[in-house]
Design a protein around this ligand. Structure first.
Ligand SMILES: Nc1nc(N)c2ncn([C@H]3C[C@H](O)[C@@H](COP(=O)(O)OP(=O)(O)O)O3)c2n1
Ligand SMILES: Nc1ncnc2c1ncn2[C@@H]1O[C@H](COP(=O)(O)OP(=O)(O)O)[C@@H](O)[C@H]1O
Length: 252
C-alpha cells in the first residue's frame, strides 16, 4: 500500500467507496439512468495541466451543493495530498480487485498509473439529488459517455502545447518522465476534443471559469425545474489569478 496521509474527517464524508456499480448490462444501465438522472453528472476532461483542477476549485467555492468525486489511483501521493481527499491511494492489486468486482464507474491507465471512479459514492449523491462532477482523463470520459449518455461532457483545451507544457512545469509536481508522458498523452487527447459536448479554451482563467460555470448553471437550473425545487443559489464569484492552483480538496 502506498504511503499516504489520511484526510481523516474528509474520508468519513465520502461514504462507501467500495459500493458496487450496477452490472454492465443494458437493463441494468437503463435502471441506473432512470434512478439517477445523469444530466446531474458533469464530466470535466482535458489534458493534464490544462487547468481542470484550478477551474473546479473556483466553481466548488461558488456551488457548495455540487459534489466532486474522489478518484482511486495507483499513483503515489504528491506532497500535501491526502487519502480520501485528493484521491483514494491504493496499490495496483487492490485497484485491479476493485475493477474485477465492478466497483468503478470507469477506469483508465494514465502516465503509468491506473485511475478509477468509485461508483458507490456517485450513485448515493445522484440518488440524493446532488449534482456531481468527475475530473477525469479522456478515455474514462468516453466510458462514462457509453454508460451514461446524458452526462454533460466538457473538454478543457489549452491555447497551445507550449503553454500546456509550461503550466505542467510551473506546477512543479511532476518528474521529467511524468511530464513527457503527459505531453505525449495530451497530443493524443487533443485529437479527441470534438467528441465532447462543450470544448472550452482555458487561456484566460476567469473566462474559462465563466464558460464552465455557464454549463454548470444550465445543468443546475434544468435539474431544479425538472424536480420542481427552488433554483439552486449562485454564490459570490471567486476571482483567481493565473497561478491559482487547485487542490482536489473536497467535501461531502
Ligand atoms: N479515467 C480517469 N478516471 C479517474 N477516476 C481519474 N481521476 C483522475 N484522472 C485523470 C485526471 C488527469 O488527467 C490524470 C492525471 O491525474 P493526476 O492527479 O496524476 O495529475 P494532474 O495533472 O491531474 O494533476 O488522471 C482520472 N482519469
Ligand atoms: N488560465 C490559466 N493561466 C495560467 N495558468 C493556469 C491557468 N489555468 C491553470 N493554470 C495553472 O496551470 C497549472 C496546472 O493547472 P491544474 O489545475 O493543476 O491542471 P489539471 O488539473 O488540468 O492537471 C497550475 O499551476 C495552475 O495554476
Amino acid at each position: 500500500m502506498a504511503d499516504y496521509t489520511e484526510c481523516g474527517e474528509i474520508l468519513l464524508l465520502h461514504g462507501n467507496a467500495n459500493a458496487r456499480f450496477e452490472p454492465q448490462s443494458a437493463a441494468a444501465d437503463a435502471a441506473v439512468k432512470s434512478a439517477e438522472p445523469s444530466s446531474r453528472l458533469l464530466v470535466l476532461t482535458g489534458p493534464s495541466g490544462v487547468g481542470k483542477g484550478t477551474v473546479l476549485q473556483a466553481l466548488l467555492a461558488r456551488y457548495p451543493q455540487v459534489w466532486l468525486s474522489v478518484s482511486a489511483t495507483t499513483r503515489p501521493p504528491r506532497p500535501g495530498e491526502c487519502h480520501g481527499g485528493n484521491y483514494f491511494f491504493m496499490d495496483r492489486r487492490s485497484f485491479m480487485d476493485q475493477v474485477a468486482r465492478g466497483e468503478f464507474l470507469e477506469w483508465a491507465e494514465f502516465a503509468g498509473h491506473a485511475y478509477g471512479t468509485p461508483a458507490g459514492p456517485i450513485q448515493a449523491r445522484l440518488r440524493a439529488g446532488r449534482t456531481v462532477i468527475l475530473e477525469i482523463e479522456v478515455e474514462g470520459a468516453r466510458q462514462v459517455r457509453r454508460r451514461l449518455p446524458t452526462a454533460v461532457q466538457v473538454f478543457l483545451r489549452p491555447p497551445s502545447m507550449a503553454t500546456l507544457e509550461e503550466r505542467i512545469r510551473t506546477r512543479g509536481s511532476d518528474s521529467e518522465d511524468s511530464i513527457a508522458r503527459r505531453i505525449a498523452r495530451a497530443r493524443e487527447e487533443l485529437t479527441r476534443a470534438e467528441e465532447f459536448n462543450h470544448v472550452i479554451l482555458n487561456g484566460n482563467l476567469n473566462q474559462a471559469i465563466a464558460d464552465v460555470d455557464a454549463v454548470l448553471q444550465t445543468m443546475l437550473q434544468t435539474a431544479s425545474s425538472r424536480d420542481g425545487a427552488p433554483r439552486q443559489a449562485h454564490g459570490s464569484g471567486v476571482e483567481l489569478t493565473g497561478d491559482g492552483r487547485a487542490g482536489r480538496g473536497r467535501s461531502g
